[in-house]
Design a binder for this molecule. Structure first.
Ligand code: HPA
Ligand code: ZN
Length: 336
């Protein structure tokens, strides 16, 4: 392990942008395929990994939704969650707020309860095993219509005391946040937090819509906000947390090279950027690797890495006392 790798692994951090279905490694995908007698269109783990060459978000989503088809039982979801938390714990993650896509599962006939109960069981077991706390965020698929999102919110009702908020993911361009204004208002009325992917491939206008129409508490990605100076100034003034995903941006061609990644510029502009892994099984690295590769390529110093970790706790949905405890641990660690 290099000094930088050891520094990053020890750095207390939260992960705020992680699609749990995107943590399904090919090895586990094959194991679940065998367990559930589901044929995969690949002969080997190597063949799966070779298929992970994407030129944009949609390329990735097509293969990602296909991979999720092996998930059939609560145990499958619990096993996938535990595999993620084993990796996250090794990466210095103290708290994670994880997305799941219920419609990916209900649309292929699974009851809402299978994903929800399985994930919640995995999260509880991971806390007992590693001491890593977590919260669950239900994402609506934006390529589907708002009525489908409303039906999902309704199906989620028995679990809403264990779901911290709602999010918006899947194909961004052509599916602006405005399409989901009413369902996000309903979620807000139910006391749920609100987050949305915006400005990954979509224009700055989508980020404005997420702020003004969805009333988001946190912005997922947000890279393209930087094209609009007034919007950037507003995000800084509002102290909006951005959950940025460097290796995802590279794999989905949102950036051409990590050395040109916007995170250093975001920090200069006083944006509350954080580093996250998005879909680590598909994008070639968990959260620590995102810190390390970005630090190397974009020449981030240790103070910048500590700032990014601090932003991750401050931008979390933890109670103030919990945030304060993590921030104290981080301060003690970084001055030790
Ligand atoms: N963007 C949009 N939808 C997604 C992503 C992403 O990076 N990962 C999983 N669903
Ligand atoms: Zn994402």
């Amino acid at each position: 392990m290099t000094d930088l790798e050891a520094f990053v692994a020890g750095l207390p951090k939260a992960e705020l942008h992680l699609h749990i279905e995107g943590s399904l490694e090919p090895e586990l995908m094959f194991e679940l395929g065998r367990r559930n007698r589901i044929d995969l269109p690949f002969k080997s783990v190597e063949e799966v990994r070779a298929a992970y060459a994407f030129s944009n978000l949609q390329d990735f989503l097509d293969i990602y939704y296909q991979g999720a088809g092996v998930l059939q039982t609560e145990q499958d979801f619990a096993d996938m969650a535990m595999a993620y938390f084993d990796r996250a714990a090794a990466d210095g993650v103290r708290h994670a707020e994880i997305f799941f896509d219920p419609q990916t599962h209900t649309d292929r006939g699974l009851p809402f309860s299978v994903a929800a109960e399985g994930l919640l069981a995995g999260m509880k077991a991971a806390e007992a095993k590693h001491g890593v706390t977590s919260k669950l965020i239900l994402c609506f698929l934006r390529h589907l219509d708002e009525d489908a999102a409303f039906a999902t919110l309704k199906a989620a009702e028995p679990w809403l005391d264990r779901i911290v908020g709602v999010g918006l993911d899947s194909s961004e361009v052509g599916h602006p946040p405005s399409k989901f204004a009413r369902v996000f208002a309903a979620a807000g009325d139910m006391g749920l937090k609100r987050v949305a992917h915006a400005g990954e491939e979509g224009p700055p206008e989508y980020v404005r819509e997420a702020l003004d129409l969805l009333h988001i508490d946190r912005l997922d990605h947000g890279n393209r906000s930087l094209e609009d100076e007034a919007l950037t100034a507003r995000l800084a003034a509002e102290g909006m947390t951005l959950t940025v995903c460097p290796l995802s941006n590279l794999k989905l061609c949102v950036v051409d090279d990590l050395k040109n990644h916007p995170i250093p510029r975001m920090l200069e502009l006083d944006l509350k950027a954080t580093i996250n892994s998005d879909d680590p099984a598909y994008f070639g690295g968990y959260v620590a690797q995102n810190y390390v590769e970005l630090a190397r390529a974009a020449d981030l110093d240790r103070d910048a890495l500590v700032t990014l970790a601090r932003n991750s706790f401050e931008g979390s949905f933890l109670a103030e006392a919990e945030k304060a405890r993590h921030l104290r641990d981080l301060a003690n660690w970084s001055t030790a």
